[in-house]
Write a protein that binds this ligand. Structure first.
Ligand SMILES: *Cc1c(COP(=O)(O)O)cnc(C)c1O
Length: 351
């Protein structure tokens, strides 16, 4: 428990509170549309206690990173993908859809102004957090008319520490993250608060992360915490790399999509197929599943070493990061830092 009680040192890279000096904001109202875009020094918000976002959860967000390139310039990784996902999140919560160009322009302005705060340590990046919420001060149970879009940033280090240590996971048997017809496939704030209890239980069980199963059958592996999961079958060049399919209750990660492409480019057999916990355990015992990793913007690619479930633990491979995981992790980081060609145009260069 002490690890949980020890608050991390503040304003250090990787702990989510080394905020940069500015904040981008843009407002929406039915009359004026999107208006008043400004970049200004980071400040507290003033809001009425009846702000709709606070009461009814009309809050969506995104997560992206900007990376220092070899020539000293900055590039954001696939921001248009996030802009489109932000639109899907908005639509799901009856919020107005921010045009992609406005989304990316806000991000660009913040990155251009605050990139001075990013050292050239290649382990560091700027984590960008767009956020939008309903601002009406009105407690009627209906969507807000007016909205505030914000972009803030913090300097990020390695998410689970700077070394790539495999994480251990607890299968969540009694709590679910998402349900069919719900909001699991969008990034709304309301998906995350309810996950903290399961995450805490995982830590109390000696694990670092929670693995979510599908809510209907409690059989199929969906995600790990706030990251998508990949499985590797076999070894070497003939290995098969697959991830769980986007059933509507999984968040379609940009990292997930990028790794599917990179894995195919590296010659692995690539696919999307459902995995049950029983199958995961049996295939680890049989040695057919050789590696498992989680992926997302914050922690990039993180190997999973051990699984704890109601009927005992099992180890994946030798419990260490496997070669396919390492290859894909390096390949993604190389694209992000501009040290290899970018045939898909994933880097958005900030002028
Ligand atoms: C954000 C998120 C991911 C990862 O998405 P990326 O676009 O790769 O950062 C995966 N699962 C959940 C639940 C998420 O919130």
């Amino acid at each position: 428990m002490t690890a949980l009680l020890n608050k991390p040192e503040t304003t250090s890279p990787g702990h989510g509170d080394a905020f940069t000096r500015n904040l981008y904001s843009l407002r929406y109202s039915p009359d004026l549309g999107w208006h008043g875009g400004t970049l200004a020094p980071m400040t507290d918000l003033r809001m009425h206690p009846a702000t709709i976002g606070l009461h009814y959860g009309q809050v969506i967000f995104e997560g992206m990173k900007a990376f220092r390139q070899a020539d000293g310039s900055m590039a954001v990784f696939r921001p248009y993908e996030n802009a489109r996902r932000f639109q899907r999140s908005a639509a799901r919560l009856a919020m107005p859809e921010l045009p992609e160009e406005l989304y990316v322009s806000g991000v660009d302005q913040l990155v251009a102004a605050d990139q001075v705060e990013l050292s050239d340590d290649p382990d560091h990046s700027l984590y960008l957090r767009p956020l939008m919420f309903g601002t009406d001060a009105n407690l009627m149970l209906r969507p807000s008319q007016e909205y505030l879009f914000l972009v803030m940033a913090f300097v990020a280090g390695g998410f689970f520490g700077d070394k790539v240590e495999p994480v251990s996971v607890l299968i969540s048997r009694d709590q679910a993250r998402a349900m069919p017809g719900g909001t699991g496939n969008v990034k709304c704030a309301a998906n995350y608060g309810p996950s903290f209890v399961a995450q805490r239980r995982a830590q109390e069980a000696g694990c670092q992360q929670v693995v979510w199963l599908d809510a209907a059958e409690r059989t199929w592996v969906e995600e790990m915490g706030g990251m998508n999961l990949f499985f590797v079958r076999g070894n070497g060049a003939g290995a098969e790399v697959f991830t769980t399919p986007l059933t509507g209750t999984l968040l379609p990660g940009v990292t997930r999509d990028s790794l599917l492409t990179l894995a195919a480019q590296h010659g692995y057999r690539v696919g999307e197929s459902p995995v049950s916990v029983d199958q995961w355990r049996a295939e680890c015992a049989a040695g057919t599943i050789t590696e498992v990793f989680a992926c997302g913007t914050a922690a990039v690619v993180t190997p999973v070493g051990r699984v704890r479930d109601r009927d005992g633990d099992f180890v994946i491979g030798d419990g260490e990061m496997g070669p396919v995981t390492g290859t894909l992790r390096s390949a993604l980081m190389a694209v992000q830092r501009g040290t290899v060609p970018d045939p898909h145009g994933w880097l958005h260069h900030v002028r």
